[in-house]
Design a protein around this ligand. Structure first.
Ligand code: HEM
Length: 455
């Protein structure tokens, strides 16, 4: 089905994401009959209807009827279109499913059609609609699989965001060969991450040509998104690794309470917050690139690290040791130099035994004051993948950070942490990825990655 994007329900005639503000067609009126119009707001209506009209061309008579209670309230919808992709400064949702894909086609046209199809599908999913619109999960065509797998029908949009990024391996293969004619557009900062001390990376959990991060307040919504994008990608891209996260470990908005990681500590206290626009502009969004890399302006770099925690060892440490390692109080999240959660740590403050915050604590080593002011927007999740066969939990933190440049905002910090951090005794990095997230779709008829693939 990928040979002709226009045949895929949900994809407009030019294969692009449904156009914002497009006039509803006669067939789109049937969507209104199903009560969907009432669930969508303003300019969003046209955006979805543009695609829904195409979708309804396929067996709309027996469309899969969402339950009356399934109308997605506007409050649970995060706008997909925008200057930047959603899912970065969006208030961190509670659940995550991230998948990295290997591109299996050698054709640039196929890659373009994949990004168009995915963009179109994400447009539907972000509104709590099945891929292909209301008929996508059913219809009267008994000879084909439905366009949508169906398990999210009856659920709200759950604040779903789907964020897409490109790995270095999409541009050049292991021998440095240009895979799709994109090598000259490879931004310098999209490096091969170096080996960090203590890394125990597993090939099968690392790398990937394209990453797709789906975050939502409902785990079924996030998994549904990855499943359907994976299905759409069949023949063009296959899943290399994926990870489910069950609890956010960061707050990305001042309106959010600070959550806790599996060490039981508040995590995200000193994170970059969406409200600090100038900090986000300086430390998160790519800008000022010229020439062949200019396509990436408005994007960001996404670092992923699967960090397993040796939970059982940690749980046997006394509270004093745990706090020493982090540099903060477990209950309140306050720095050990005093104050409350949001008090700035005072690394110079001394007690009877030296600095109140140990120089090798996690906070002391990762603080911007140690890294020329570099800050990162952390957006990680707790994960548990069962047990390891020896009775130990395979659990930890799926670390995600968005940064303006990994050479200045990630590599030096990870190097210092890996060498000296007291926390290293309790963690093991088993997966790694670095991706460049292209800018968002901010004009009608566009798709994710267009500035790279057609610019
Ligand atoms: C399992 C691994 C990790 C755990 C459990 C963990 C936990 C924490 C905790 C509890 C805090 C203090 C609260 C806060 O400000 O958010 C913190 C802060 C921080 N962490 Fe981590 N972290 C981990 C890995 C990493 C990694 C891999 C990096 C980057 C390479 C990193 C970078 C930071 C930064 C930049 C801060 C804020 C420091 C500040 O400005 O005070 N963390 N982390």
């Amino acid at each position: 089905m990928h040979d002709d994007a226009a045949h895929l329900p949900g994809v407009a005639d030019d294969g692009a994401v449904p156009q914002e503000g497009a006039a509803p067609s006669a067939r789109a009126a049937r969507v209104s009959r199903r009560g969907l119009l009432g669930t969508l707001g303003g300019g969003a209506v046209g955006a979805v209807l543009g695609g829904a009209a195409v979708a309804l061309g396929r067996g709309s008579a027996a469309a899969f009827e969402p339950a009356a209670s399934s109308a997605a309230p506007a409050t649970a919808i995060v706008e997909f279109m925008g200057e930047h992709q959603a899912g970065i400064v969006t208030p961190a949702q509670d659940r995550m499913h991230v998948a990295a894909f290997d591109v299996t086609t050698t054709s640039l046209d196929d890659l373009v059609s994949l990004m168009k199809d995915w963009s179109s599908a994400i447009g539907f999913l972000s509104r709590g609609l099945p891929v292909g619109g209301s008929a996508g999960a059913g219809g009267d065509d008994l000879l084909s699989p439905p366009e949508d797998t169906g398990e999210a029908v009856g659920l709200t949009a759950g604040n779903l965001t789907v964020t897409v990024g490109f790995g270095r391996s999409l541009f050049v293969d292991a021998e440095g060969k240009d895979r799709f004619g994109l090598k000259s557009k490879l931004p310098e900062a999209l490096i091969d991450l170096p080996h960090f001390p203590g890394d125990q990376l597993e090939e099968a959990r690392s790398g990937g040509d394209i990453v797709v991060q789906a975050c939502a307040d409902d785990p079924q919504v996030a998994v549904h998104a990855i499943r359907n994008l994976s299905r759409i990608g069949f023949g063009r891209a296959s899943v290399r690794w994926s990870q489910i996260g069950f609890g956010r470990t960061a707050s990305t908005s001042k309106a959010q309470a600070t959550p806790r990681n599996l060490f039981g500590f508040k995590d995200g206290t000193a994170n970059v917050k969406a409200e600090d626009a100038s900090v986000v502009d300086e430390h998160v969004w790519i800008s000022g690139l010229e020439g062949e890399s200019a396509w990436a302006n408005g994007g960001s770099f996404m670092v992923t690290r699967r960090i397993r925690m040796t939970i059982e060892t940690w749980d046997r440490q006394n509270l004093g040791e745990q706090q020493l390692v982090v540099g903060r109080a477990k209950a309140s999240g306050a720095p050990l130099s005093g104050g409350e959660e949001f008090t700035e740590p005072d690394f110079a403050k001394k007690g009877a035994d030296g600095p109140l915050i140990d120089v090798n604590s996690h906070v002391a080593l990762s603080h911007p004051s140690r890294h020329s002011g570099a800050q990162m927007l952390r957006r990680g999740y707790n994960y548990t993948d069962g047990t390891d066969g020896l009775g130990r939990l395979d659990a930890g933190l799926f670390f995600i950070a968005f940064v303006v440049d990994p050479r200045t905002h990630y590599v030096p910090i990870q190097n210092l942490i890996s060498k000296q951090d007291l926390m290293q005794e309790y963690v093991r990095h088993t997966g790694s990825g670095l991706f460049i997230v292209p800018p968002g779709i901010n004009m009608a008829g566009s798709y994710l990655g267009k500035s790279l693939l057609e610019g």
